[in-house]
Design a binder for this molecule. Sequence first.
Ligand SMILES: Cc1ncc(COP(=O)(O)O)c(C=O)c1O
Length: 365
Amino acid sequence: MSEGAGIERLIRSDLVTFGGYSARKSPETLEGKVEVPVESIIKLDANENPYGCSPRVNQALANYPYLNIYPDDGQTGLRKLIEGYAGVDARHIVAGSGSNQLIDLVLRLLISHGDEVINCVPTFGLFRFSTELCGGTLVEVPRDENFAVVVSAVKAAISKKTKIIFLVNPNNPTGTIIPRQDILEILDTGLPVLVDEAYYEFSGQTVAPLVGQYDNLMVLRTFSKWAGLAGLRIGYGLFPPKIADYLLRIKIPYNVNVAALVAVQESLKDIDYLMGTTKAIIAERERLFGELEKIEWLKPFPSQANFIFCSVLNGKASQLQQKLQDKGILVRYFDTPLLENSVRISVGKPEHTDALIKALREVIY
Ligand SMILES: Cc1ncc(COP(=O)(O)O)c(C=O)c1O
C-alpha cells in the first residue's frame, strides 16, 4: 500500500475531516519556552490532583511482583473493591481505563449511524468526540446564562432517534450542579441517561444510590481526580446489570492494567488520607473563588468541582493564558460561541493560588 494523497480512500469517509480531541500538553513540551524550569511549572489546566496519590500507592507499585501476568479480564476483585466504596452491588459495576473509556464503550453499545445523542452544552468535549467517532449525531441543548441545564429544552430535543442523554454533574468546565429533581425528571423520560460524576467527591452530590431503582440510569465515576490517579487511567461506571454485562462483553480484553488495580486497592485502604486532601482542595476552591472575585476583569462562577470557570471581561482569554504560561502557570482557555473569552483554572495547593493571583495582578489588562 503506498502512502500519499490516496490514503483517504481507505479511511471511513466521516473520519477524514474528524478534528480529534484537544487534550492538554504535558509540561515537558514547554521546556525552554517558559520563564521557569519545567519542574516549577504550576499545572492548573487539566483538573488533576495537586497532592498526588496516596503514598501507599507508590510503595505498593515499587514492590509489585506480577507485572508479567495479565489482569483478571472479568474485573472480579476490582468490581468488589469498588462495590465497597460506591455502595452499589458489583453486578452493576464495570471499570475502564479512565472513565473516558466507558463513555466510548456505552456509545459503541448504543449508537448506530445516525442515532442521536443529547448533550447539554457547554460541557465536557469528550461526549462530542466519542459520539462522532461512533457515527452518532450530536443534538446540542444549550444551558441557560448561568450554565444550568434547561429540562424543558432537553425534553423538547428528544426524537425517535434519541438513544442517550448525557448529563455532567458537576459540569466541566463550568462547575455547575444539576438539581436532583431535574435529573429525576429527565430519567422519567425513560431514555438512557448517563450522569458523569467525575467530580463527585468535590461536590458530595450523587445519584449512584438510584442505580438499582432505574433501568435507564448510568453513573460514571473516576479515580483520576480525588484519588490522584489520572496517570494510571482508572474509572468506573454503575449500570443496570444487563448493560454492565454487555459492556463487559464488548470491552477489549484486560482493559484495566494491574498497576491501576493495585493503585485502587491501596487508595481504598487510605481513604482518610485521600478525603483529607479532597477537603483541602474544597477549602482552597473557596479561597481561590474569593481571590478571583477581587480581580475586576474576571468573573468567576461558583463551582462544586476542583476547578473554577471565569469569564474574562477585559482583554483576550487566549492572551491571558499565554501570559500566564510564559510565567510557568498553565490554565485552560476557551473562545467558542458557547464559551466566549473564558478560562478554567484547576484548584491547586495554597501556594499555587498565591502564585496565580500574583501573576494575574502582574499581567497588564
Ligand atoms: C466530566 C469528565 N468526565 C470524565 C473525565 C475523564 O476522567 P478519566 O480520567 O477517568 O478518563 C473528565 C476529565 O477531565 C471530566 O471532566
